[in-house]
Design a protein around this ligand. Structure first.
Ligand code: URP
Ligand code: ZN
Ligand code: ZN
Length: 467
C-alpha cells in the first residue's frame, strides 16, 4: 500500500519545510518535492501542518486499583488517542493480582488489549507487588521490549506504594541494565498527615483533595528520588510534575548534570485547582487527580519550564474513570479514584494554549509530544519523527479549525471531558497510522483496530537527552 501526502508544511522537532511524503509498506519511503506515484492514495495537505504522530508517554487505559478492581474505561476506548493525534500510547502495566511483572505484561497484551488496541502501544512496567523475583525480572523485561519501570512513591499504605528500600533496589538493578526508572513522586507520609487531619475534622468534600496534597510533598519526593538516582546512576523520569516547587528541583538537578527528565500533563498546564470547589460532587470529582491541580502561577511556570527544557515531555496521564467510580468517594474525598481523562486532547491543548498563544514554537510542540517521548521509551526513530524509514505515523493538522471542547466533539471514553467548554484552535484533521488513514475530517474511522505492541530499546534516557 502506498500513501502520498502532498504539499503539507512538515514540522519536526528541529525543522519546518514544505514537502511531499510517500509512505510505502507502513514506512516513510521518500520525503521530497513534486513526488508523483500513480498507484498511491493521495492526500492533499496544502495549507496544513504535517506533524509526526504523537507519542503519549503516560496513559492508564486499564489500571488496577488496590482491590484488583479495574478502573478506567479500557482498551476499546484507545481510539480517542488516535482522534487527537496520538498514534502511539505508552501505557502502564501494573502487576495483575497474583502475577509477576512478565506475566502481567503478557496478560496485558494477549488478554486485556487483544483485539481492542487502536493506536500502537509501548509499555512501561509498573511494580505494584514487589517480591523476591522482581529484580530478576528487570533484564527479562528489557529483553521483552519494556525498558521503563514506574514506581508509585505515593498511595501508602496500599500495595501500590513502594518504600525507599524497594525504590533503591530497583534503581540499582535498573542502572545495570539501561532501564529508566519513573516515579510518581509525592511523599505519602506528608499527604497522609494532611489528609487524615482534615478528614478528622469532617472535611471530606473533593476540594480537600487539593488542600491535602501540598506542593512541598511533591517536591520532597522528587528531591529524594533524584538523590537516589544520582547515587545509583539510574536514569530517572519524574512523571506528572504539577508545581513550581517540584519543577525547580528538577531544573536544579539537570543544571548539575543529573540524568533526570520531567514530564508534565495538559491538565497541569491549563486547569486550576478551584475546579474542585464546586459544591456539586458530580462535577467536582472529575478533576480529582494526583498530584492535584495547582494554581495559575504553577501553570505559567510549567510552560516556562517546557521552553527551557527544565521539563521536557507532556504526557496525558489518561485515566478515563467513569463517573460511577468517581462516586465511590461521594462521602470521603480519599475514596475518589484519582485521574483525569485526556489522551485525546494533548495535542489540542498544546497547540491552542501553547503554539497559538505564543508560549511554545511548533518545533517545541513536536519535541515534547512526540520526539522526546519516543526517545525516552527507546522507540525512536521508528516513532516520534518524520524521517525516511520511520513508521508512517502522521498528523495533518488544520490550523484554521475553531471549536469548543466538549465531550461530544472531543470524546474521552467516559461521560465527561475535563477541558469541557474551553476554546480549541486547530485539530488533527487526518491521522495516519503506519500509512493507513484512521482519522479523516477530524473523525475516527470505524475500521478494524490495527494497534500493535512496539518494543522499546534500553538506555532511552541516555539517547540524546543528556544535555
Ligand atoms: O491521578 C492520577 N494521576 N491517576 C493515575 C495514576 C497515577 O497516579 O499516575
Ligand atoms: Zn501517578
Ligand atoms: Zn499516571
Amino acid at each position: 500500500m502506498k500513501t502520498l501526502v502532498k504539499n503539507g508544511t512538515v514540522v519536526t522537532s528541529t525543522n519546518e519545510f514544505v514537502a511531499d511524503i510517500l509512505i510505502e509498506n507502513e514506512k516513510i519511503a521518500i520525503i521530497g518535492q513534486n513526488i508523483e506515484v500513480p498507484d498511491a492514495k493521495v492526500i492533499d495537505a496544502t495549507g496544513k501542518y504535517v506533524l509526526p504522530g504523537g507519542v503519549d508517554n503516560h496513559s492508564h487505559f486499564e489500571a488496577l486499583n488496590t482491590d484488583g478492581v479495574t478502573t478506567n474505561a479500557g482498551y476499546d476506548t484507545t481510539w480517542v488517542a488516535l482522534k487527537g493525534g496520538t498514534t502511539t500510547i505508552v501505557d502502564f502495566c501494573n502487576n495483575e493480582p497474583g502475577m509477576n511483572l512478565m506475566d502481567s505484561l503478557n496478560y496485558r497484551l494477549n488478554v486485556r488489549a487483544k483485539g481492542k488496541l487502536a493506536p500502537d502501544m509501548a509499555l512501561h512496567t509498573c511494580c505494584t507487588d514487589f517480591t523476591d523475583e522482581t529484580l530478576d525480572e528487570i533484564p527479562k523485561m528489557i529483553e521483552f521490549g519494556v525498558p521503563t519501570m514506574k514506581l508509585f512513591l505515593a498511595y501508602k499504605p496500599t500495595p501500590l506504594y513502594m518504600d525507599d528500600f524497594k525504590l533503591l533496589s530497583c534503581m540499582k538493578k535498573a542502572a545495570e541494565h539501561g532501564m529508566t526508572m519513573m516515579v510518581h513522586a509525592e511523599n505519602p507520609d506528608i499527604l497522609n498527615y494532611e489528609r487524615d487531619t482534615m478528614a478528622a475534622k469532617g472535611c471530606l468534600e473533593p476540594k480537600y483533595h487539593y488542600m491535602t496534597r501540598p506542593p512541598y510533598g511533591e517536591a520532597e519526593s522528587v528531591s529524594k528520588s533524584i538523590r537516589l538516582a544520582d547515587a545509583t546512576g539510574c536514569p530517572l523520569c519524574v512523571v506528572h510534575v504539577s508545581c513550581i516547587e517540584a519543577a525547580q528541583v528538577i531544573q536544579e538537578a539537570r543544571a548539575k548534570g543529573s540524568l533526570v527528565i520531567g514530564e508534565t500533563c495538559p491538565h497541569y498546564l491549563v486547569l486550576d485547582k478551584h475546579k474542585m470547589d464546586n459544591p456539586d460532587f458530580d462535577q467536582a470529582c472529575r478533576w480529582v487527580c494526583s498530584p492535584a491541580l495547582r494554581d495559575k502561577e504553577d501553570q505559567d511556570y510549567l510552560w516556562k519550564c517546557l521552553n527551557h527544557d527544565w521539563i521536557s515531555i507532556v504526557g496525558s496521564d489518561n485515566s478515563s474513570i467513569p463517573l460511577y467510580q468517581k462516586h465511590w468517594g461521594e462521602h470521603d474525598f480519599r475514596a475518589i479514584p484519582n485521574g483525569c481523562p485526556g489522551a485525546g486532547d494533548r495535542l489540542n491543548v498544546l497547540w491552542t494554549y501553547g503554539v497559538e498563544k505564543g508560549r511554545i514554537t511548533k518545533q517545541k510542540l513536536v519535541d515534547i509530544y512526540a520526539t522526546l517521548p519516543a526517545k525516552l521509551n527507546g522507540i525512536f526513530p521508528q516513532k516520534g519523527t518524520i524521517d525516511v524509514g520511520s513508521d508512517g505515523d502522521l498528523v495533518i493538522l488544520d490550523p484554521e479549525y475553531r471549536g469548543t471542547i466538549t465531550v461530544e466533539t472531543n470524546p474521552t471514553g467516559v461521560e465527561y471531558n475535563v477541558f469541557e467548554g474551553m476554546e480549541q484552535i486547530g485539530r488533527a484533521d487526518t491521522v495516519l497510522l503506519r500509512g493507513e488513514v484512521v482519522v479523516e475530517g477530524g473523525e475516527y474511522l470505524e475500521k478494524p483496530v490495527m494497534g500493535k505492541f512496539v518494543p522499546g530499546k534500553p538506555y532511552g534516557l541516555a539517547y540524546d537527552l543528556k544535555k
